[in-house]
Design a protein around this ligand. Structure first.
Ligand SMILES: Cc1cc2nc3c(=O)[nH]c(=O)nc-3n(C[C@H](O)[C@H](O)[C@H](O)COP(=O)(O)OP(=O)(O)OC[C@H]3O[C@@H](n4cnc5c(N)ncnc54)[C@H](O)[C@@H]3O)c2cc1C
Length: 596
């Protein structure tokens, strides 16, 4: 319907941001035809876009301003003063439209740890139920599965949920030695990392629909099938600037309107009495929008001329960003097909024809080779103990807030229980994937990435100007905690060992990038894994929390946050499955089906 009609109606729920969490909520909240739901999304709707839908184009929209917000961090003093680009999806479906489609799940004890910080009702077992509700897993062909070590535990997977996932139909010969080489280095294969424990190595499914062999993402999974609902309106190209609010007699702030721009024109919308506003604009924009709306730390808001409506110093604080680097190895055999093959336009055209005709070949690809490795495996048990003890002493004796100590101690506890909680993720990426050098024409590569999933370094994202069109100041404080870079230097050594182990030995030439100074290599050629959490943490208010276990923003009567910014702790897995589960749970809480 025309935007002017959409904006003259009144709604029970106004959802800001049509990404992973926003569209999950939009679908569930509009299941009741008597409930009117509006989504305001800054990006465009691109349901038929081959660059999104065809799996082999993964990564091709990252860095393209038509799909990507292209945020930038402030210079990172502990990372050679480098600024890093933080890509995020600016399209209906949010970052699920541009992401790498890896489908993973944390150990259930990690969600229990989030509950233990003061979030009643938050347990791994409870969230697991919602994670499964979100998914439909398509079984692989048994012979193909047996030939490629694709194993799974059926009960860990959903069968009727909107997000489809399946094993990649194409696995490059370049990565075939993955499981056996890791086993030689002490990392055992596990049957299914989505079943509640994830330490070890595995072949992972991806968010690829097993029947249509297209990307399954928030827009195709949660929006498209219900787009006919007359009580669900999605307005795209609508960039929200702030929430307008008043105060109730009980002192709580109540959202009464939304200011946004549509087609470069300023617009506003009233929020009817009794309705709710739900922020699902993601970890970067959510704290900025809260602050622009007067919800945050007065010391940040007042100098910018923003009136404080709710003093909530936790907004934008406590962010944790996972960091990764890759080492690309040149394969000796140029006939192996990897994503590098697509640099040849003739090959790419043939691959597309094969995809369109048979749904086979490299254009069906998802990333499959994963491992989650304890620190003990990387540096040896004695070295790990010494490193962990030193960090634990630093935390115990340092001048840090009680909640910072409490959060850090969850990492320490995880490090001390290497069979229960993974720490470093390794991924086999079938193609060239580093900025340390350029790929050679006609050559094929396998890249091993080292991903720091539990950094101690903790930063912030804050409004930098009262002008909503300007970027917030993003400061992840990369490597402020020395522990993080020390560990990553050891991960680089481990990866170089992996490149010379088992089937990877001999079939590969030496690494094309030979990092002399490993910390510089990591700081100059690594970057964000796009999984930032914590900018509107779910924690008790006294601990610097922004939302309650029911996602309510403290001090407000009708504003919630449901997106990745609410996680107060990092998790060992790529976050999609967890966040779909979180949003499913949020929908049940908001509808009053469950209390927490
Ligand atoms: C390049 C990349 C690769 C990734 N790879 C993986 C992976 O392989 N596996 C995995 O599990 N996770 C991956 N992720 C992470 C995952 O996609 C995100 O964690 C997830 O999408 C976050 O969901 P969200 O709802 O918090 O935010 P998003 O999905 O990003 O949605 C936020 C939405 O809000 C909109 N928005 C923001 N500001 C405004 C505004 N002012 N007005 C209106 N709309 C606004 C945005 O345009 C966007 O649509 C990746 C992310 C990126 C960027």
């Amino acid at each position: 319907i025309p935007a002017s009609d959409a904006l003259s109606r009144s709604y029970d729920y106004v959802i800001l941001g049509g990404g992973l969490a926003g569209l999950t909520l939009a679908n569930r909240l509009s299941e009741d035809p008597g409930t009117q739901v509006l989504v305001l999304e800054a990006g465009d709707v691109r349901l038929d876009d081959p660059l999104i839908n065809i799996p082999g184009f993964l990564g091709s929209t990252v860095g393209n301003a038509s799909y990507d917000w292209l945020f930038t961090t402030v210079p990172q003093v502990n990372a050679n003063n480098n600024s890093f680009t933080w890509d995020r999806g600016k399209v209906l479906g949010g970052s699920t439209a541009i992401n790498f489609m890896a489908w993973g799940r944390p150990a259930l004890n990690e969600i229990d740890a989030i509950g233990a910080l003061g979030n009643p009702g938050w347990t791994g077992e409870n969230l697991f139920k919602y994670m499964r509700k979100a998914e439909t897993f398509t079984h692989p062909d048994p012979a193909y599965a047996a030939a490629n070590n694709l194993t799974f535990i059926d009960s860990a997977h959903g069968k009727t949920g909107p997000v489809h996932n399946s094993f990649s139909r194409f696995i490059s010969d370049g990565q075939k030695p993955w499981l056996s080489a890791l086993e030689t280095l002490g990392v055992q294969k596990i049957e299914d990392a989505l079943a509640g424990e994830d330490v070890g190595a595995w072949m992972a499914p991806a968010t690829i629909d097993g029947i249509s062999v297209t990307r399954s993402y928030a827009a195709s999974a949660y929006y498209a099938p219900v787009s006919h609902r007359s009580n669900l309106i999605v307005v795209t190209g609508a960039e929200v600037n702030r929430i307008v609010s008043g105060k109730r007699s009980d002192g709580l702030v109540v959202a009464t309107g939304i200011e946004f721009s549509l087609d470069s024109q300023s617009r506003s919308l009233s929020v009817k009495s009794g309705a709710e506003v739900i922020l699902s604009t993601g970890t970067i924009k959510t704290p900025q929008l809260l602050e622009l709306s007067g919800i945050g730390n007065p010391q940040i808001l007042t100098p910018l001329g923003i009136e404080t409506k709710v003093s909530l110093p936790g907004v934008g604080e406590g962010i944790i960003d996972q960091y990764f680097f890759g080492v690309s190895y040149e394969l000796n055999n140029d006939s192996i097909v990897t994503l590098d093959s697509l640099r040849d336009p003739t090959f790419e055209a043939e691959a597309l024809t094969e995809y369109e005709t048979n749904k086979t070949g490299i254009m069906t690809i998802g990333v499959t080779g994963f491992a989650l490795v304890p620190l003990q495996t990387i540096v040896g048990t004695a070295n790990a103990t010494a490193l962990i003890d030193a960090q634990a002493r630093k935390i115990a004796t340092g001048n840090y807030s009680a909640v910072q100590k409490e959060k850090w101690n969850t990492i320490i506890q995880g490090l001390r229980e290497p069979t229960k909680r993974g720490y470093i993720e390794l991924v086999a990426f079938p193609g060239f994937f580093t900025t340390a050098s350029a790929p050679k024409e006609g050559k094929k590569y396998i890249t091993f990435t080292g991903n720091l999933h539990f950094p101690f370094s903790t930063g912030s994202i804050h409004v930098a100007s009262a002008d909503p069109s300007s970027q917030p100041a993003i400061d992840p404080h990369y490597f402020e905690e020395d522990f993080d870079i020390q560990v990553m230097a050891s991960v680089l050594k481990f990866i170089r060992k992996l490149g010379g182990t088992g089937g990877f030995k001999g079939t590969h030439s030496n690494p094309c990038a030979r990092p002399k100074h490993s910390t510089d290599y990591i700081k100059n050629h690594g970057g964000p894994e796009y999984h930032t959490i914590g900018s509107a943490s779910m924690l008790p208010r006294a601990k610097g929390g922004v939302v309650s276990p029911e996602f309510k923003v403290y001090g407000t009567s009708n504003i919630r946050v449901v997106d990745l910014s609410i996680l107060p702790l990092q998790i060992s897995a790529h976050p999609m499955s967890t966040l779909y589960g979180v949003a499913e749970k949020a929908a049940d809480i908001i509808r009053g089906i469950v209390t927490v």
